[in-house]
Design a protein around this ligand. Structure first.
Ligand SMILES: [Zn+2]
Length: 89
């Protein structure tokens, strides 16, 4: 069986996605994004459609991670981009 994508789904809770290659356009719709601040541990969900409208659908997840700014403390560096897979019907 041939895999169409290079995403590895290790287990239901953890995912390895090639964030250098995946963009907002190629990331499957059942993934939701969260940001986690390493400084104050603030966590926020990211509206990927809003980001895509503002920065373009071709923004890679790696570049998105670099643009994250913590809403709690304003930290811009070292923020984590987390992916969560929603259950599909
Ligand atoms: Zn913070």
């Amino acid at each position: 069986m041939k895999h169409r994508r290079s995403i590895e789904l290790a287990s239901p809770g953890r995912h390895a996605v090639e964030i250098e290659k995946e963009t907002l356009a190629t990331l499957p719709q059942w993934f939701v994004l969260h940001a986690h601040c390493r400084t104050c541990h603030h966590e926020a969900s990211i509206d990927r459609w809003e980001i895509a409208r503002r920065h373009g659908h071709d923004l890679s997840l790696a570049n998105l991670a670099k643009r994250l700014k913590c809403q709690g403390c304003g930290n811009r560096s070292d923020n984590l981009l987390l992916l969560q897979k929603l259950p599909r019907d």
